[in-house]
Design a protein around this ligand. Structure first.
Ligand code: NAD
Length: 493
């Protein structure tokens, strides 16, 4: 049984409800995970609240030394964590290792917390009056994460949250819960005091309790758009600050002057890596001008070589659950029914693995129309659509009309066109000849429109802002010259 982690140790009460965790390569149930009740969430929040008093006053040196130690432990055990991620999520181990590597960057950023929390100081703002700003922790914060990055997404938030002096209750995805427990164990080994990081597993019951609990002051959420919107609206209506990152439909615009071989390499890598289960996956290629036929041929020929399966040389694994695989397959059926041209049918792809696994090969549609469900919906699987446009302006208008605005990329050798695109496109993260422009840890990650609710992006400077409250102090050390009553509004002299 995969259980909760509360107050620095495994929670051993029998759960009322449990969920199945699969091995996606075989389709068999590999373990069960406890689903927290509202009172178990309360126990985790209580532990976090109890730990807060001493953690928020722990020195910056103490907090950053725990993070440095955690960084070393994570680096030493990154292979173990990648194995855990791969076993429950289904992504191949090399891809899981990449996820852990990006997570490490986020930990490294948080190690610099003494520098990041430096405030401003204005000596003599008024005569013998000094003004300075300080950033203080928000308090107990909730982190709710999706299945597709079970190590990286929790580590987008947890290191910065605790570095800023908060205490955390993490509710990871119930589909691949073990990475969160591994991370909590490593933090304990690194010397994080009990209760500073707690993990509760479960579903809507646990999420709703976190959203309503009066002691929880902030929520960082990542997941699908309908749930992100719900979390944002519910959390803010309970007086919390909320950042809720949602779904995506990422377009890659290919201009006529682009190197089509490099563009096709990028489209296949970014479309089918992690079986398309990345919020920054490319799901739409926009072929501008005459490049469509050649580009589609090049993408199709590369797809034929993608090795799908569980073997060590495989590049793409199964989908996370049977239900999700069936949903993605139903989109392939719908695309055919709606009249898109099915160039490569993933339902026929040769798989190197047990037939009972949650497999679906890479699928390519051409001549996809904007009204088709394969275009309008986030599929979150290995299905790539090609839309054809005559001009650059038409391509930008298409991207901007989309309800999502997470990531996008332009492939071109024309610097002027790329510069125009970065200025005009209504998307939060833009790649120029980079198909998955996930910002490095010292910038922040976030989309626009229906891809993010709230005004703070994840990690980086926005993360520090989100996990702190600022305070400005105006200070004067009195001497006799300051005597006398004056009811006028204070002015600077
Ligand atoms: P999801 O929305 O189903 O679940 C996310 C979290 O919400 C999980 O912890 C889950 O237990 C919880 N949850 C699910 N249903 C709920 C409900 N009705 N009420 C309350 N909580 C609920 O998302 P997922 O399938 O785990 O992850 C895939 C989605 O996440 C995709 O849409 C993907 O684009 C998105 N995602 C976005 C980003 C980003 O940065 N924008 C990053 C990764 C994933």
């Amino acid at each position: 049984m995969i259980g909760h982690w509360i107050a620095g140790k495994p929670w051993d009460a029998e759960p009322d409800r449990v969920g199945d965790v699969y091995d996606p390569t075989t389709g068999r149930v590999a373990a069960q995970v406890a689903f927290a009740s509202a009172s178990e969430v309360d126990a985790a929040v209580d532990a976090a609240a109890e730990a807060l008093a001493s953690w928020r006053t722990a020195s910056l040196a103490q907090r950053s030394s725990v993070l440095f130690k955690f960084r070393e432990l994570l680096d030493d055990r990154k292979g173990d964590l990648a194995g855990i991620v791969s076993a429950e999520h289904g992504k191949v181990v090399s891809d899981a290792a990449g996820e852990v590597q990006r997570a490490l960057e986020s930990v490294e950023f948080a190690c610099g917390i003494p520098q990041l929390l430096k405030g401003g100081f204005s000596e003599n703002a008024s005569t013998r009056v000094d003004v300075y700003s300080i950033q203080q922790p928000v308090g107990v914060v909730g982190v709710i994460s999706p299945f597709n990055f079970p190590a990286m997404v929790p580590l987008w938030f947890v290191p910065t949250a605790i570095a800023c002096g908060n205490t955390v209750v993490l509710k990871p995805s119930e589909k691949d819960p073990s990475a969160a427990n591994f991370i909590a164990g490593l933090f304990a080994e690194a010397g994080l005091p009990d209760g500073v990081l707690n993990v509760v597993h479960g579903d809507k019951v646990a999420v709703d309790r976190l959203l309503e609990h009066p002691v929880v002051k902030a929520i960082s959420f990542v997941g699908s758009t309908p749930i992100a919107r719900y979390v944002y609206e519910t959390g803010t209506s309970h007086g919390k600050r909320v950042q809720a990152l949602g779904g995506a439909k990422n377009h890659m615009v290919v201009l006529p002057d682009a190197d089509l071989d490099l563009a096709a390499d990028a489209a296949v890598s970014a479309g089918f890596g992690s079986a398309g289960e990345r919020c920054m996956a490319i799901s739409v290629v926009v072929a501008v001008g005459p490049v469509g036929d050649a580009l589609v041929d090049k993408i199709a020929s590369r797809i034929a070589d993608v090795e799908v399966g569980a073997g060590p040389s495989c590049e793409m694994g199964p989908l996370v659950t049977g239900a999700h695989r069936d949903k993605v397959t139903s989109y392939v059926d719908a695309g055919v029914a709606e009249g898109a041209a099915l160039v490569v049918d993933g339902r026929d792809h040769r798989i190197d693995g047990e037939a009972s696994g949650f497999w679906l090969g890479p699928t390519l549609f051409d001549h996809v129309g904007q009204e088709m469900s394969i275009y309008t919906d986030e599929i979150f699987g290995p299905v790539l659509s090609v839309v054809r446009c005559d001009t650059y302006d038409e391509a930008v208008a298409l991207v901007n009309a989309n309800r999502y605005g997470n990531g996008t990329a332009i492939f071109t050798n024309d610097g002027g066109a790329a510069r125009r695109f970065q200025n005009e496109v209504e998307v939060g993260m833009v790649g120029v000849n980079v198909p998955i422009p996930v910002p490095v840890a010292y910038y922040s990650f976030g989309g626009w429109k229906d891809s993010l609710f709230g005004d703070s992006h994840a990690y980086g400077p926005h993360g520090v802002h989100f996990f702190t409250r600022s305070k400005v102090v105006t200070s004067r050390w009195l001497d006799p010259s300051h005597g006398g009553v004056n009811l006028g509004f204070p002015q600077n002299t």
